[in-house]
Design a protein around this ligand. Structure first.
Ligand code: TRP
Ligand code: ZN
Length: 874
């Protein structure tokens, strides 16, 4: 391993310099043929200011054929590792570069590659340099025209960004199409697709009356799975007009679904490319969760057209400018269309679980990172999900109207250009008059702040005080931390659950307290009784809250908090307390014991006829083992597993006969994808799990019955998950039946792979290896890999962390293979190996040994190098 040279490729945010040249337009010509594709790029270049600097172009894995300048062959260049440097260029010139590439050999799925029979591209973040030599950085905005030629029978559809301006037949059974994108864009938004598809068509009339053609391209035979994606696209376009006043700007919007894709989807201008997982759905193949995922991702990519494409990022350190903001927008979209409470709960689960774990691990970074080795490693939960929380805090501080005024000012100032996170905050500040000075630290400081709150009540004066202390523990990247501006949303209740108005000396106080200092006290008067405080309502900041709640106070909040989220959150805190207590007991050889208060509170939830079944399902679904591990400095994986199981069993016993009554009451007539029914199915699945915890024999019959009578994938999978999770007698039979039915449908089979990977039994690794030999499994397909290996490594805590090290060894062997095939996917799968901080010493040593094996690998990709070296530096 060449530590030094690789480490030296790190880039720093502080080093940003404006480019030495601009590129105003680029004409691309693609001759798609086997095995090599010839790419001709004609760029109009313009020197930026007066200087004699050479022009340095990025390029990787390219076969250079020729270079000419203003039509004359050019020789004053030098080819380097990943670059092409041109000397003595005039102030303005036209540069023509011809290169050959081999898409069929591209398994990294970055640049131009083949997904099955189709050609497609993925250019974010730095994939365009695998297509041609170019200034592959987001602050170079150029007008693109793209001519594609290919065999007409194999590739009847030739697509790129913008509008189709010409097409025609060529000799030898070939044809061509020419595209022109009127909007200047950075290279990462370039896209090309060539193939044969079925097309779902529709249109949308914008608020100013323009008609936009909508086209969704899917593999032949999949047209019956494209309807929901189209509906979601139309809903997205309408919602962005209504909530943000933003209208679509081209005459056509295309989405292509491909099976081989490293991430969820990509917002290329006018031509989104999607992982087929986020497009294809019908009742027979998709779960309710899949439908939600499609709506969210279709929305996300559509919303990027303004937040990302019209205003893009100056450099990749600013990634959260577009991603945090666009996640915030897609979360609001899902919440406006569906249940706000349930959406908030699920977003918070992601932040408190995997994002907090990222903060606590070797990859900790601020939402605007300062140093990057491989940019692909920074498409993180921190940049995306915490980034969205930071936008949400501004929304909380400003309110909807001022926030929208800030958005308008942001577009007024930056439309058509490449901006920074600071530009965004400045627009919010200028439009609202709210001081965001200290708030800006959220962009530069990494780690999870901890808020410790204590309270004090003086019955004589009726004064109630909240003492708030904030502290951010050091992270691997940043030892020193400063106080942040933390919006703390609170409410106070009296014994009956009535709200006590917040006031002091005759002045009303809003629900959102501004925590600015390391220590601060908030005072309220006219408080008639000692209140129960509801703190950090709606998770008003991405922090860990410490408040010494009694079980009684939490049970009270589960019943009385006015806000759905707060009721769920109180239940989480109650369970967390029970897990911490249970693990301590188990470690001392005692039994797990739950308080009567806890049991009664959960029984009331199950019995509450007024509660939305979706929320009920969220409250009753226990936190996962990985999330619970975050509660401990050293996580006793086996004890956590055992305690969680015993809590489930104790709750089930407490529920008793009410469980079966509830289960029976949730039977539905015909399948519909509507919130009301989705809510009932979610609750039914959770209740079935409790029934299995209570009586595995009775549950076996219920699960078989649900599996065989289900008319939709949600109920089918809920039955399989319970069979698998509780190792019911029917497990093997039902899983085999499912595999037999869906053996040829990769997306559906992913559910089976996930079940195999999460089997809670010691022989799981043998079954995982067997599944890897399944004809539909391929190490080249990221969806298959993530389903099988991701579920084993991320959600099968006990087995992955087996004390013999077999789980770690298996994953490392696979990563060594993947390092060659697809480093980006390898780098995502390595997460559970680098987050070993909370493991005991024995397991830590085993993990370190495997990471060292990786570190010593010849040709370790930058993606893995960055993570492995940081992990070993812990
Ligand atoms: N910009 C994409 C999004 O919507 C992220 C993305 C898609 C991506 N494909 C990628 C990032 C490949 C890196 C590499 O969030
Ligand atoms: Zn995005």
């Amino acid at each position: 391993m060449t530590d030094l040279s690789q480490a030296m490729t790190a880039k720093y945010r502080q080093d940003y310099r404006a480019p030495f040249y601009w590129c105003d337009s680029i004409d691309l010509d693609f001759q798609l043929q086997e095995p090599l594709t010839r790419v001709t790029a004609i760029s109009r270049l313009r020197r930026n200011g007066a200087h004699n600097e050479p022009l340095v172009l990025d390029g990787e894995g390219l076969d250079l054929v020729s270079i000419s300048l203003d039509g004359v062959p050019f020789s004053q260049y030098e080819q380097g590792e990943g670059s092409l440097t041109l000397f003595n260029l005039p102030a303005e010139c036209v540069l023509t570069i011809v290169t050959d590439i081999n898409p069929a050999a591209n398994t990294a799925l970055e640049g131009l590659y083949k997904s099955g029979e189709a050609y497609c591209t993925q250019c974010e973040a730095e994939g365009f340099r695998r297509i041609t030599y170019y200034m592959d950085r987001p602050d170079i905005l150029a007008r693109y025209s793209t001519r594609i030629s290919a065999d007409k029978t194999r590739y009847p559809y030739l697509l790129s960004n913008g509008n189709k301006v010409a097409s025609g037949d060529l000799d030898g059974g070939r044809h061509f199409v020419q595209w022109q994108d009127p909007f200047p864009k950075p290279s990462y938004l370039f896209a090309l697709v060539a193939g044969d598809f079925d097309v779902e068509r529709n249109h949308f009339v914008t608020k100013s009356g323009r008609q936009v053609a909508l086209e969704i391209f899917v593999d032949k035979g999949n047209l019956d799975r494209a309807g929901f994606a189209m509906e979601s696209l139309i809903n997205s376009m309408r919602w962005d007009e209504q909530r943000f006043g933003l209208e679509y700007d081209l005459d056509i919007y295309m989405i292509v679904a491909v099976d081989f894709f490293n991430m969820g989807a990509m917002e290329n201008k006018g031509l989104n490319i999607f992982n087929s997982k986020f497009v294809l759905a019908n009742p027979a193949t998709a779960t309710d969760g899949d439908y939600h995922g499609i709506e969210r991702v279709i929305g996300h990519e559509y919303f990027h057209n303004w937040t990302g494409n019209r205003v893009t990022c100056r450099d990749w350190f600013q990634l959260s400018l577009k991603e945090g903001l666009t996640v915030f927008r897609d979360q609001e979209f899902s919440s406006d269309l569906g249940s706000r409470g349930v959406n908030r709960i699920n977003n918070v689960r992601t932040v408190r679980g995997p994002q907090f774990a990222e903060d606590a691990g070797p990859m900790a970074h601020p939402i605007r990172p300062d140093v990057v080795i491989e940019m692909n490693n920074f498409y993180t939960l921190t940049v995306y999900e915490k980034g969205s929380e930071v936008i949400r805090m501004m929304h909380t501080l400003l309110g909807e109207d001022a926030f929208q005024a800030g958005m308008r000012l942001y577009f007024e100032r930056h439309d058509g250009s490449a901006a920074t996170c600071d530009d965004f905050v400045q627009a919010m500040e200028d439009a609202s008059g709210v001081d965001l000075g200290r708030f800006r630290r959220w962009y530069s400081q990494s780690g999870t702040p901890e808020l410790t709150v204590t309270d004090e009540y003086d019955a004589d004066s009726g004064v109630y005080r909240l003492h708030v202390r904030q502290h951010t523990p050091p992270t691997q990247d940043q030892p020193q931390k400063l106080p942040l501006h933390i919006p703390l949303d609170i409410e106070l209740y009296d014994e009956q659950g009535a709200v006590i108005a917040l006031q002091y000396e005759g002045e009303a106080i809003g629900n959102v307290l501004d925590v600015l200092e390391a220590q601060q006290t908030f005072e309220f008067d006219q408080v008639p009784v000692k209140p129960v405080p509801s703190l950090l309502r709606d998770f008003s900041a991405p922090v860990k809250l410490h408040f010494d709640y009694s079980d009684e106070a939490l049970a009270f909040l589960m019943r009385h908090a006015r806000n759905e989220f707060a009721r769920w959150d109180a239940a989480q805190m109650l369970i967390n307390k029970a897990v911490i207590d249970g693990v301590a007991r188990v470690q001392q050889g005692q039994e797990v014991a739950l308080s009567r208060t806890l049991l009664a509170a959960f029984e009331d939830i199950l019995a509450d006829g007024a509660l939305d079944p979706a929320l009920k399902a969220e409250i009753l679904a226990l936190p996962g083992e990985a999330t619970l591990a975050e509660l401990f400095d050293v996580a006793d994986i086996d004890a956590i597993h055992r305690v969680r199981g015993e809590i489930q069993r104790a709750l089930a016993e407490g529920f008793g006969a009410a469980l079966l009554t509830c289960y029976e009451s949730l039977r539905l007539p015909a399948y519909r994808v509507v919130h009301e029914d989705m809510a009932k199915r979610a609750l039914k699945g959770v209740v079935l799990g409790y029934l299995a915890a209570l009586d595995p024999v009775q549950a076996d019959a219920l699960v078989r019955e649900q599996y065989s009578s289900a008319d939709n994938m949600t109920d089918t999978l809920a039955a399989l998950q319970v069979a698998n999770g509780h190792l019911l007698a029917c497990r093997a039979e039902l899983l085999a039946d499912f595999e037999g039915k869906w053996a040829h449908d990769g997306l559906v089979l992913d559910n089976w792979l996930r079940l195999v990977g999460s089997k809670p039994a010691a022989d799981v690794l043998g079954e995982v290896k067997q599944a890897m030999a399944h004809p539909t499994f391929s190490i080249r397909n990221p969806n298959r890999l993530r389903a099988l290996v991701g579920s084993f490594a991320m959600s099968n805590q006990v087995q992955f962390h087996a004390v013999d090290g077999s789980g770690y060894r298996f994953l490392t062997d696979l990563l060594i293979e993947l390092n060659e095939v697809n480093p980006q996917v390898a780098s995502r799968l390595i997460t559970p190996l680098i987050q070993f901080k909370r493991l005991d010493e024995g397991r830590k040593a085993l993990v370190r040994a495997e990471l060292t094996r990786l570190a010593n690998l010849d040709g370790l990709a930058r993606d893995l190098f960055e993570k492995v070296s940081k992990a070993l530096a812990q």
